[in-house]
Design a protein around this ligand. Structure first.
Ligand SMILES: Cc1ncc(COP(=O)(O)O)c(C=O)c1O
Length: 435
């Protein structure tokens, strides 16, 4: 086995450790994966926060197969195909009111790069070319390309890669266990942390700032929830200073919080939403930037034969992704999945908060169908305790995700109470065993 694994340099993986004891997945259906040996594994993380309708959904499978046979590829520059327009319209229909323009990419990282470039270019086409500065947030995750890691705030993703983008700054993160540990739903304390943006405006001047990008709920950095009133305050400060607000909804998009987008759940409308993952239920790579009409309109000037925005990807609006996306949105609609997290969140919250009091559990937090369980690190060995819990869960037939010493749960939205019980039973037993 070891030889045959040599060629593949695995992403975000401890390659040498993995190749000594591989964890392989061979098949999936509904809430489950199966290993090549036929062992069933309950999916507690929707693959990687993306398989929101569960695995191998027939409508999506058939749509992809049919599209591959009908038309494999169509160039997206100066050409189009019907499903690209249909999917853009279907996405706009479930997006917050007024956000009705959709630009397709192939991943969350590409959506972020696209949104950042759009923001800078938007100010330029409006005659405010000095607005080039981009503001992110500490502990933010916005994918792995240079713009994304520059506005991102996860040190391990940044420190190896040189000087990054110039002209970027960060507001403080909102994670405060001293005040908010074991909050059920959004935490009470910390709305005033949005005022950190005023500090950066005072330092750099608003006339140099293009946009602020935040995740409404930060997922990859360990499920960090927005304090009550925080996003509203950020919106107000952006409005006051003419700064665009970008919500990175790569994880929160497509039903994770009980509405199609977290912007709707929290009642705060940004200028742009970046999304990916759940747009095709993870079945074909795709991402998108959704933006307000006015932003698009600003670009639509000058001679009509000229390209308005010099940006795009060979695989933007790929026919297979569009077919998968349309079938995914239909599946979500048929089964009410975009609001199901709101119905299930009480049961989910009770279950995950039952882990309060287990050894080394220093926080449990939840919103919709996402939860974070934070463990005290082993002295001198950060990340090991959570990773050992991950390995133990894998052995017992449960897939979870860890980042640092935080365990993240984000199950498919089709989850039933019995699955929730099994997730928490298995996880709790693993946490106890690592004590
Ligand atoms: C908020 C956020 N933005 C961007 C990304 C990057 O997405 P991708 O891995 O598809 O490039 C992720 C991935 O988890 C994410 O959570």
């Amino acid at each position: 086995m070891a030889e045959r694994m040599d060629a593949y340099w695995m992403p975000f993986t401890a390659n040498r450790q993995f190749k000594k004891a591989p964890r392989l997945l061979a098949r999936s259906d509904g809430m489950y994966y199966w290993t090549p040996e036929g062992r069933q594994v309950l999916d507690g993380v929707a693959g990687l926060w993306c398989v929101n309708a569960g695995h191998a959904r027939p409508k999506i499978v058939q749509a992809i197969a049919a599209q591959a046979a009908e038309m494999d590829y169509a160039p997206p520059f100066q050409m189009g195909h019907p499903k690209a327009f249909a999917l853009a319209e279907a996405v706009a229909k479930i997006a917050p009111a007024g956000m009705n323009k959709v630009f397709f990419t192939n991943s969350g990282s590409e959506s972020v790069e696209t949104a950042l470039k759009m923001a800078i270019a938007y100010h330029r086409v409006r005659g405010e070319a000095s607005r080039t500065r981009l503001i992110g947030r500490e502990r933010g995750y916005h994918g792995v390309n240079f713009g994304g890691i520059s506005v991102g705030g996860m040190v391990a993703n940044r420190k190896m890669f040189g000087s990054l983008l110039a002209g970027v700054d960060h507001i403080r993160h909102t994670h405060d266990l001293a005040k908010n540990a074991f909050s059920v739903g959004v935490p009470e304390h910390g709305a005033e942390l949005a005022d950190d943006l005023e500090r950066l405006v005072a330092l750099h001047d608003a006339s140099t700032i293009a946009a602020v990008i935040v995740e409404p709920i930060a997922g990859s950095t360990g499920v960090l929830l927005p304090p009550k009133g925080y996003l509203e305050r950020l919106r107000a400060i952006c409005d006051k200073h003419g700064i665009l607000l970008i919500f990175d909804e790569v994880i929160t998009g497509f039903g994770r919080t009980g509405q199609p987008f977290a912007a709707q759940t929290f009642g705060v409308t940004p200028d742009m939403i970046t999304c990916a993952k759940g747009i095709t239920n993870g079945a074909v790579p795709m991402g998108a930037v959704i933006c307000k009409q006015g932003l698009y309109d600003a670009f639509m000037q000058g001679p009509e034969h000229l390209i308005e925005f010099f940006h795009g990807y060979t695989y933007s609006a790929h026919p297979l992704a569009c077919a998968a996306g349309l079938a995914t949105l239909e599946t979500y609609a048929d089964e009410g999945l975009l609001t199901r997290a709101a119905q299930m969140q009480g049961t989910f919250a009770d279950a995950v908060h039952s882990m309060k009091g287990l050894p080394n559990v220093i926080d449990v937090r939840n919103f919709g169908l996402v939860a974070g369980i934070e463990l005290a690190p082993i002295a001198g060995q950060p990340t090991k305790r959570a990773f050992d819990v991950f390995l133990e869960c894998w052995d017992k037939g449960l897939l979870i995700r860890t980042t640092g010493d935080i365990i993240a749960l984000s199950p498919p939205l089709i989850i039933e109470k019995s699955h929730i019980e099994r997730i928490v039973e298995t996880l709790a037993a693993a946490i106890k065993r690592q004590a």
